[in-house]
Design a binder for this molecule. Structure first.
Ligand code: SAM
Length: 285
């Protein structure tokens, strides 16, 4: 019987070609086929590496069908390398369905670790890296994004977020409004590339900078945000916190977030939220 092949999950550079590991190059050079998110993009990478291997596209729209095809190849003894456009496959990138199908078929899967924007940013952000929470992309729509941020308000681990250039200013503004303008953060931009830069400061400062400094809105960025303080904040700040949150969120969600931010009880926060959200009686008549 033919020995099945191995599915290698291979990390590729997030900007600097020098970050491709020697083992990644070796695995790519030997693979029977390379499954890539965008074959044109990865074709250029292989060309720059001087490698010539068959490429098959595997992206969110064809992954299920492609996974079945690739598992057949693996079963017949071919080694498959999975890569994405940049960084580590499956980290906010395609590959999950293929991995599931390979595991279900009893195929050996093996990682070839390397670049990942989240980890690269965390390693220099200046915020605790011993415990962190990778959130990937926030929702694109403003209301859903604010709701998600409110759900994260009590998270004490360092938060790692990916963001697209055209949404970075809006996301920083929402993070400042919901988590508090004073929370420390870092925007890591264009990692490993020519214009690599880091913006460190409070969320309020970074949100302002994102409006005034066009460079911050250019290229690719990771946002790293300090976790919520483990110590409860002064409960006297409950009304002030709710005052901001209620501008963006319904009372129940605002109360939940405010309770986590200030250390108040949920019941107390909800009662205050209802009181603050109630229309002020018009006594001018
Ligand atoms: N799988 C990739 C990884 O391992 O980092 C992430 C892919 S995800 C679709 C793309 C997002 O990663 C970008 O929107 C940005 O937030 C982040 N990113 C990728 N490359 C980056 C870079 N060179 N500098 C900063 N952020 C980067």
């Amino acid at each position: 019987m033919t020995e099945p092949g191995v599915l290698y999950v291979v990390a590729t550079p997030i900007g600097n070609l020098g970050d491709l590991s020697a083992r990644a190059r070796e695995v790519l050079a030997r693979a029977s086929v390379i499954a890539a998110e965008d074959t044109r993009h990865s074709g250029r990478l292989l060309q720059e590496l001087g490698l010539e291997r068959p490429l098959l596209s595997l992206h969110e729209h064809n992954e299920r069908a492609r996974a079945a095809e690739l598992v057949e190849r693996l079963r017949s003894g071919q080694d498959v390398a999975l890569i994405s456009d940049a960084g580590t496959p499956l980290v906010s990138d395609p590959g999950y369905q293929l991995l599931q199908a390979a595991l279900a078929a009893g195929v050996t899967v093996s990682p070839v670790p390397g670049p990942c924007a989240a980890i690269a940013a965390l390693s220099v952000a200046g915020l605790p890296g011993d415990r962190f929470c990778f959130e990937g992309f926030l929702p694109q729509r403003a209301a859903a994004r604010r709701r998600r941020i409110a759900e994260l308000a009590g998270e004490t681990r360092t938060l790692i977020l990916y963001e697209a250039p055209h949404r970075i200013a809006a996301s920083l503004a929402d993070l400042a409004a919901v988590l508090g303008a004073g929370r420390h953060a870092c925007v890591a931009r264009e990692l490993t590339k020519q214009f690599e830069s880091f913006y460190r400061g409070s969320l309020g400062e970074l949100a302002e900078l994102a409006v005034g400094d066009a460079n911050l809105r250019r290229g690719e960025s990771v946002i790293i945000v300090a976790g919520a303080a483990a110590e409860p904040v002064d409960p006297a700040g409950l009304d002030a916190t709710l005052g901001v949150l209620l501008r963006y969120l319904p009372p129940s969600v605002a109360a939940q977030a405010a309770a986590e931010i200030t250390g108040s009880s949920r019941n107390e926060a909800y009662a205050r939220a209802l009181a603050l959200a109630a229309p002020v009686p018009d006594d001018s008549a």
